[in-house]
Design a protein around this ligand. Structure first.
Ligand SMILES: NC(=O)c1ccc[n+]([C@@H]2O[C@H](COP(=O)([O-])OP(=O)(O)OC[C@H]3O[C@@H](n4cnc5c(N)ncnc54)[C@H](OP(=O)(O)O)[C@@H]3O)[C@@H](O)[C@H]2O)c1
Length: 224
């Protein structure tokens, strides 16, 4: 059965990649639910449960996009911050997926994309806890794809390289960004819309067979 009026839940839709995902979905006729940070705070299990209980709507598409990346080298990790990072980047998405799974299975349709990172597959100083959180989401993606496959629910992760967002500007100086660009085969950062188009494809009915994958979108950064 084809679902005509699809509804997508996108976390972290206020800016950056999430905002671009909301736009491409809306442009393609998908109704978007993009709760603000205060409506759905991923550091709080209670906030997640309250939001989903109050959600009086079907959800056909889930994009776990919200994320944080506080840098710290091993030896100076602040574990309270690291636990919070894990809550936002891994436990929050895992709990949302868990709580929505019964509805998605019942409607026999779902598309889930988890926004991972290139640092889940390659490394750089200062990214250990972030990388671990994103590697965890890649693994969760595979497990969810296996369990949900029989219910016509496809689950993938998208692992962007450097994207032109506030997060990248916060973690890299303008000089560092110039030097990063020169090391990327396509010689530029990704625009958020370029990541959003890939997410849209994976969530559209044009994707009927890709599941359980972590798709790297990094302009070739990780292959040189
Ligand atoms: N930028 C990159 O180069 C890059 C590369 C690879 C992967 N990624 C991943 O892509 C995703 C989006 O990154 P971005 O660059 O677009 O980041 P961003 O511009 O910093 O936006 C992050 C979003 O997450 C939300 N958020 C943060 N903490 C939250 C919390 N506790 N509860 C709910 N929402 C929260 C923010 O809401 P508020 O603004 O209201 O706090 C914001 O909407 C993240 O998962 C990130 O790890 C980014």
């Amino acid at each position: 059965m084809e679902i005509i009026n699809k509804i997508a839940l996108v976390t972290g839709g206020s800016k950056g990649i999430g905002k671009a995902i909301c736009k491409v979905f809306s442009d393609n006729g998908i109704r978007v639910l993009a709760p603000s940070h205060s409506e759905l705070d991923l550091t709080s299990e209670q906030s997640i449960r309250n939001f989903l209980v109050s959600l009086n709507s079907e959800v056909h598409i889930l994009v776990n996009n919200a994320g944080v990346n506080p840098l710290a080298e091993i030896g100076s990790i602040e574990f309270q911050k690291a636990r919070q990072l894990m809550d936002i980047n891994f436990w929050g998405p895992a709990l949302i997926t868990d709580l929505l799974s019964a509805k998605m299975k019942k409607q026999h349709y779902g598309r889930i994309v988890n926004i991972s990172s290139i640092w889940s597959v390659i490394s750089k100083p200062g990214r250990s806890t972030y990388a671990a959180s994103k590697a965890a989401i890649n693994s969760f993606t595979r497990s969810a794809a296996v369990e949900f496959g029989p219910y016509n629910i496809l689950v993938n992760a998208v692992a962007p390289g450097y994207v032109n967002t506030e997060l990248t500007k916060k973690n890299n100086s303008p000089n560092q960004i110039e030097s990063i660009k020169s090391g990327i085969p396509v010689k530029k950062l990704a625009e958020p819309s370029e990541i959003a188009e890939l997410v849209y494809f994976l969530c559209s009915d044009k994707n009927s067979y890709v599941t359980g994958q972590t798709i790297v979108a990094d302009g070739g950064f990780s292959i040189v």
